[in-house]
Design a protein around this ligand. Sequence first.
Ligand SMILES: [Zn+2]
Ligand SMILES: [Zn+2]
Length: 114
Amino acid sequence: MHREGIDDNNVLPEDILCDFCGKAAWANDVACIEGHQGSIVCGNCLSVAYSELVLAGAGAPTEEKCRMCLEHREEPVWQGAIDPIASICRRCTKQSSAALNKSKKWDWSKPIES
Ligand SMILES: [Zn+2]
Ligand SMILES: [Zn+2]
């Protein structure tokens, strides 16, 4: 998400906040990836979501729409820690992880099974 009251024509790294933990990921050199309508998930949250949803097969479906793709799917989601609670679906978790993993801009790798 974008910090409230920012200048849309001059968005600064510190204005870009993760929808799931509320931290300014980009400004702190943490990988982040954008979903629909300016939603953001940072690499830290994505690592946790990937570990839980993909590696551990955990998580439960909700009635909530996924914050990243804005769709409701009958599949487990991972939820963030800040209000309003944001959900990310397993599909977006996988797609975002694959994209960040390949990104040359960020040094982020997918969590691996321990
Ligand atoms: Zn985050
Ligand atoms: Zn999604």
